[in-house]
Design a protein around this ligand. Sequence first.
Ligand SMILES: Cc1cc2nc3c(=O)[nH]c(=O)nc-3n(C[C@H](O)[C@H](O)[C@H](O)COP(=O)(O)OP(=O)(O)OC[C@H]3O[C@@H](n4cnc5c(N)ncnc54)[C@H](O)[C@@H]3O)c2cc1C
Ligand SMILES: NC(=O)c1ccc[n+]([C@@H]2O[C@H](COP(=O)([O-])OP(=O)(O)OC[C@H]3O[C@@H](n4cnc5c(N)ncnc54)[C@H](O)[C@@H]3O)[C@@H](O)[C@H]2O)c1
Length: 508
Amino acid sequence: MPAEKYYAGFFYTNKSGMAKLTVYTFKQINYDMKKYDLIIIGAGSGGLSVGGFMVKLGFKVLMISKTAHEIGGDCLNDGCVPSKALIHAAAVVHNAREVSKFGLELSPEVDIKKVMQYIFEGQEVIRAHENKDYFEKEGFDIAIGEAKFTAVNQVSVANTNYKAKKIVLATGSRPKKLTAPGIEKVTYYDNRSIFKINELPKKLLILGAGPIGIEMAQAFQRLGSEVTVVQHSHAILSHDDKELTLILQKRLEEAGIKILFDTTVSHFDSANTAILKTKEGIEMTVALDAIFVSIGRQLNIEGLDLEKANIKVEKEHIVVNHYLQTTNKNVLLCGDIAGNLQFSHAAEQHGRLILNNLISPLKKKLNNKHMSWVTFTDPELATFGLNEKQLKEQNITFEKVVQDFANDDRAIVDDYRYGKLILYISKGFWFQKQRILGGCMIAPKAGELIQELILANVSGMSINTIAGKVYPYPVATRINQKAVGQLKMKLITDNTKKLIQLAFKMFS
Ligand SMILES: Cc1cc2nc3c(=O)[nH]c(=O)nc-3n(C[C@H](O)[C@H](O)[C@H](O)COP(=O)(O)OP(=O)(O)OC[C@H]3O[C@@H](n4cnc5c(N)ncnc54)[C@H](O)[C@@H]3O)c2cc1C
Ligand SMILES: NC(=O)c1ccc[n+]([C@@H]2O[C@H](COP(=O)([O-])OP(=O)(O)OC[C@H]3O[C@@H](n4cnc5c(N)ncnc54)[C@H](O)[C@@H]3O)[C@@H](O)[C@H]2O)c1
């Protein structure tokens, strides 16, 4: 840091020949203070979604990243991209094994180094347009180092001070650490280390059955690990519909994954032995070669000197309002750090809201009523809009439609008759607009199949549009029409039948 006071002095001789010293003191002048319209701390999904557009609009933007390698954030480096590449590799291996159904025997042994290479190569393709040089060419200023607030609108990085009218804090989150006696004895992985392994763990113990734990459980089981998942509550994927998560759980268990509920680690006896404990206090021993910890996320708020910018923290979360403003209205939160839904697309949604509110007098509030997410297991589990509990809490009347796939032609030929779609549709009569309020689906590629339903939800489209659409036979999305059709069939009562029969007599 530069000194706060500077001193300057000079000697001179007065008229009588006496030597004199005059000393001037003055306060620090920040010659190195750089000024911006916007500073973004963190170059992940959130930071990038705000910065790119502001630069295109001609604003002076500084983006700060802890290290050059971390540009792209968790999504590119340790999250979505490597996990989805791993899931793809595991699906290829799984499909190769599946050919035995048709008389061709293959028992692929996985070379995990090649899988890691595949992941790395995919990341490198994306890194070509998510790196320091690229963003500098695009018009960003980039500072590398840990940012700290030094005053209300001011941050410092590597001894340089920066000031801006607005600051976006997008420092993301990191995996929570598991603490248990003896943990130092075991090979410990989390999402920051699992995509760089050299050896496939023969026995993998996964802690936490959220989206990370469940996606990785299936991928590693398919690659050849013997997987046990330990979850300290009674369900996998607790943010999704239980009726659908039970279908997924059954399929994972049938594939050989062991899931232990209401259980957690008590301690580790050795590098290869975990002692687990159920809620009832029953102990059991599990053999392992490594553990993978996915027990939730911790927000990256430490070391930022938030108090110097008057930003309040309560219960390890930054206090934030619906406009994503902190207690310092010029500092906005974007992405995981906002403590809301932790998805790349949620970070992008925050980014869009912030952009709107930076340049428009019509300020928008964060609203998750159209949010969606997909867990990329096989089958995928996709969820969107409002769920049953939220609809009831908000006193919104709705009809629940449950469509199973047992008799769907596409599900029959492609072997996913276990699939299920649940829709919540607003109440209405005959031609009155009925709209899709939310729903969820389990099926292979459910994340893609559900997109037209999400569009209908977001745009407030009448279900008549889906009911009247002509779908090529046998695309998988015909199931969406079938579900909506269930409501239309309810309109056929004794009275409507009589009316239609009368119309037949009169008009045919
Ligand atoms: C294994 C895994 C799989 C996932 N899969 C999906 C998925 O399929 N779909 C999905 O939508 N989401 C997925 N997510 C979640 C998604 O990755 C995150 O929600 C998203 O990356 C959050 O973006 P962010 O910008 O908030 O934070 P990040 O992407 O983590 O970016 C934060 C950046 O800030 C930097 N930073 C931190 N502190 C400082 C500091 N003091 N100074 C300067 N820079 C700092 C960090 O280095 C980092 O680059 C997954 C996450 C994981 C872990
Ligand atoms: N496909 C996707 O979109 C995707 C994929 C992966 C991650 N993500 C995002 O990343 C976030 C973090 O994922 P996550 O799975 O780490 O977190 P999570 O909080 O969703 O799940 C962690 C699970 O671990 C359990 N748990 C906590 N402590 C435990 C312990 N000591 N022993 C056993 N179980 C324990 C919790 O009950 C919880 O069910 C998710 O919320 C999601 O938003 C998204």
